[in-house]
Design a protein around this ligand. Structure first.
Ligand code: SF4
Ligand code: SF4
Length: 304
C-alpha cells in the first residue's frame, strides 16, 4: 500500500524537491542550540535578536496537535539583474534563495493535497531552516555555514511545515559537514570580509556582507568597495565552491530595472508613491521588504 511518505515523494519530485520529517519533540533542541550559540559568544545578542528573534519554537494556534515537521529543499537558480542609470547599463545578480513565494505556495499545496486527503492539516513552521535541514539529514553544512543538499548544492530554498500527521520516521540526526570541505578552503580565501573561520562551522555572521546589505546603515569602512556583487546578499563563497559548479549555469529570467525605476529607488521614494510596475517587480521577486536597502546597495554597485 502506498504510504503518505510515498505519495509526498511522488508529488515533490515534480518540483525536483527533497524532504525529511522530524518529530516536534526536537523543537526544544533547535531552540537550545541557537541559545547556546549566543551564550557561548558565537553570535552576538544583537545578531540573535535581529535574525533569530522571529522564530517560533512551537506549532501555531491553528495546529496545536502537531506531531511532525516536514523540511523541504527545492533547487533554486540565480536571477540575473540588469539596471540602467545615466545612460549606462549595469549587471548584477539576485542570489538563488531570495525568491520564495511561489515555491512556498507550491509546497503547501502539495502537503495540503496529500495530507488533507488523509484527514490531516498543515501550517508553515517559522524555524531556523538551515539548522533544521542539517539536523534532519536533508543537507550538510559547508565551511561557509550554508546548507548543501545533494543534487542542488547550496542553491536550495528551504521551507518547513507542521502537520498533525505523525510520520513513522523521525530523521533527527547529528549535524554533518561535507567531506569535500576537509581539504578545501576556497570559500574562506574568497570571502571579502574574512568572516569564514577555520576552527568552527558558524561563520562570523555579523561580519558577513549579507548581514550588512540586508540591514540598514552604512557599510563599515573596512568592507572592500569591490566586494559588492549582488543587489542584496552575496554569492562569492557559493560561486567559488566546487560543490555548486554544476548549478551555476542555470539562471532565471533577467530582472530588469529601467532608468526611471532606478531613479525612484535612488531617491528613496516612499513606497506608496512608487510606480506600480516597480512595486510589482519588488513583490514578484520577494525583495519588497528590502526596498529601502536597495538605494544603498545599488549605489555601491554603480561605484565599482
Ligand atoms: S568552497 Fe570548499 S570548503 Fe567551502 S563550502 Fe565549498 S567545498 Fe566546503
Ligand atoms: S556570503 Fe559573502 S561575505 Fe558572507 S561568508 Fe559568503 S563570501 Fe563571505
Amino acid at each position: 500500500m502506498e504510504t503518505i511518505t510515498d505519495m509526498l515523494q511522488s508529488e515533490f519530485v515534480t518540483l525536483h524537491a527533497k524532504f525529511k520529517t522530524v518529530s516536534i519533540i526536537h523543537l526544544k533542541d533547535l531552540q537550545t542550540e541557537l541559545s547556546t550559540w549566543q551564550r557561548d559568544g558565537l553570535i552576538t545578542k544583537k545578531f540573535y535578536e535581529q535574525n533569530y528573534g522571529q522564530f517560533l519554537f512551537h506549532p501555531p494556534e491553528t495546529l496545536q496537535n502537531a506531531h511532525s515537521i516536514i523540511i523541504i529543499g527545492i533547487p533554486q537558480k540565480i536571477t540575473p539583474v540588469e539596471f540602467f542609470y545615466n545612460g549606462k547599463r549595469y549587471q548584477t545578480i539576485l542570489p538563488p534563495t531570495y525568491i520564495f513565494s511561489e515555491i512556498r505556495t507550491a509546497c503547501k499545496e502539495i502537503l495540503s493535497k496529500v495530507l488533507g486527503k488523509n484527514g490531516h492539516s498543515v501550517d508553515r513552521a517559522i524555524l531556523p531552516l538551515k539548522l533544521l535541514a542539517v539536523k534532519s539529514g536533508l543537507g550538510k553544512y559547508g565551511k561557509n555555514n550554508l546548507c548543501y543538499v545533494e543534487g542542488m548544492g547550496s542553491f536550495t530554498r528551504l521551507e518547513a511545515f507542521y502537520t498533525d500527521y505523525e510520520f513513522p520516521i523521525d530523521d533527527w540526526s547529528e549535524k554533518k559537514i561535507m567531506d569535500s570541505c576537509k581539504n578545501c578552503s576556497l570559500c574562506q580565501n574568497t570571502c571579502p570580509t574574512h568572516c569564514i573561520p577555520s576552527e568552527r562551522i558558524l561563520i562570523h555572521a555579523d561580519q558577513c556582507l549579507t548581514y550588512f546589505n540586508e540591514n540598514e546603515g552604512d557599510f563599515p569602512s573596512w568592507v572592500p568597495a569591490q566586494s559588492h556583487n549582488a543587489i542584496i546578499g552575496c554569492l562569492h563563497c557559493q560561486n567559488i565552491c566546487p560543490q555548486n559548479k554544476k548549478y551555476l549555469e542555470f539562471t532565471r529570467k533577467t530582472l530588469t530595472f529601467t532608468e526611471e525605476e532606478i531613479s525612484v529607488i535612488l531617491r528613496k521614494t516612499p513606497r506608496e508613491h512608487i510606480p506600480q510596475t516597480l512595486a510589482k517587480k519588488l513583490v514578484d521577486f520577494n525583495i519588497n521588504e528590502d526596498y529601502l536597502q536597495l538605494q544603498r546597495n545599488l549605489s555601491v554597485l554603480m561605484k565599482e
